[in-house]
Design a protein around this ligand. Structure first.
Ligand code: UT7
Length: 350
């Protein structure tokens, strides 16, 4: 019971890539992409970076909230595609905004990143560690996908969304979050493998095949590629078992939303809008059906933006907020789900 959203902001790259353009680049069709996902176009970064878009979205959110940089005491960024391994995107935002009183860090909860950020801010507020937080979801997934893999590259887009949230007595009613690391492999992207003069000498494929760790097979074995030669520093691309993720989403998201609503003592009918992660229109339709709610209550922007992972929920929230469709006192739900696997759902009074 401690979070109120004071202002939202978002930023998208200038370049828009349509399904028709993708048709020219690979073996796909506008018809396939539209009918299977609802996506018609997406914004793709050319000169924009994760941090630049995050800063822009944050500045807009702060302006809307009427907040000065010094008032922010917490910056949390959900991202899987920061520009640097370190410093974190959050620390780079802190520098750009001159938010000198903030503690800043990134979290990796993939498409549930914004929801996880809200949960952490809530905990900081409840423990008295912070009063005003900037929560950001920012992604440049176009650099993580294999542009030769039509089953994934057509789905994702780039962008950033931000919200300034404040400690209050009446804002957030309930939030649930969950993770299932046992199914992490269904949506994964390897980082740089260990690549030193020592690995080249010792860590052959045979080593990993034989190695054991506490009686289990060595965790690194699953993500080894060619451990000989100098190509080892190239990071891998995002890989997804789409159908598995789809099944996970339609099972888990309605359940999480129902749990959050039940704990908050609110019925689905009382909710003005459900802001769901924008992965696939068919997932959103399935969730709406399971909750017995009309699609008009589920705003979407995936048609124009594609799937922007952690940024998708805050960008959607900002788009609807900009259209002045939200009134103070409205009850809303936000839900994110994705790699990890991770998921989160929040019931909030606007
Ligand atoms: O943000 C994280 C959360 N992510 C998600 O929630 C994604 C969840 N999954 C999905 O949204 C869907 O599973 C996808 C949109 C990814 C895929 O849709 P699908 O209906 O599950 O298709 P599929 O993977 O079963 O593929 C069906 C066919 C295959 O051909 P065959 O084997 O039936 O001949 C694919 O090779 O569609 C083919 N295909 C394509 N065809 C044209 C896959 N990608 C494409 C493409 N263009 N881009």
């Amino acid at each position: 019971m401690s979070i109120k959203i004071m202002g939202t902001g978002s930023a998208l790259p200038e370049l828009v890539v349509t399904n028709k353009e993708l048709e020219q680049m690979m073996d796909t069709t506008d018809e396939w992409i539209t009918s299977r996902t609802g996506i018609r176009k997406r914004h793709i970064a050319v000169t924009e970076t994760t941090t630049l878009m995050a800063v822009k979205a944050s500045e807009i959110a702060m302006k809307k909230a009427g907040i000065e940089p010094e008032e922010i005491d917490l910056i949390i960024v959900g991202t899987v595609s920061g520009d640097k391994c370190f410093p974190s995107t959050a620390c780079q935002i802190q520098e750009a905004l001159l938010a000198k009183n903030a503690v800043a860090f990134d979290i990796n909860a993939a498409c549930a990143g914004f929801l996880f950020g809200l949960t952490i801010a809530d905990a900081y507020f409840q423990s008295g560690r912070a009063q005003t937080a900037l929560i950001v979801g920012a992604e440049t997934l176009s650099k993580m996908v294999d542009w030769k893999d039509r089953s994934t590259c057509v789905l994702f887009g780039d962008g950033a969304g931000a919200a300034v949230v404040r400690k209050t007595d009446t804002g957030m009613l309930h939030i649930v979050q969950g993770s299932d690391g046992t199914r992490g492999h269904v949506l994964a992207c390897d980082n740089r493998p260990v690549n030193t003069p020592f690995t080249r000498r010792l860590f052959t494929k045979e080593f990993f095949a034989r190695a054991s760790f506490a009686g289990e097979s060595f965790p690194g074995a699953a993500c080894t590629r060619e451990f000989s030669g100098d190509n080892l520093s190239a990071p891998d691309y995002l890989k997804m078992d789409g159908q598995e993720v789809f099944r996970f989403a339609v099972r888990t998201v309605p359940k999480a939303i129902c749990q959050a609503l039940e704990k908050a003592g609110i019925l689905p009918d009382e909710i003005q809008y459900f802001f769901l992660h924008q992965a696939n229109i068919r997932i959103i339709e399935a969730v709406a059906k399971k909750l017995g709610q009309p699609m008009e209550k589920f705003p979407t922007n995936l048609q124009k933006c594609g799937n922007i992972s952690a940024a998708s929920v805050p960008i959607l929230l900002d788009h609807v907020n900009r259209e002045e469709k939200l009134k103070r006192g409205d009850k809303i739900v936000m839900a994110g789900f994705g790699a990890g696997l991770t998921w989160g759902a929040a019931v909030i009074i606007w």
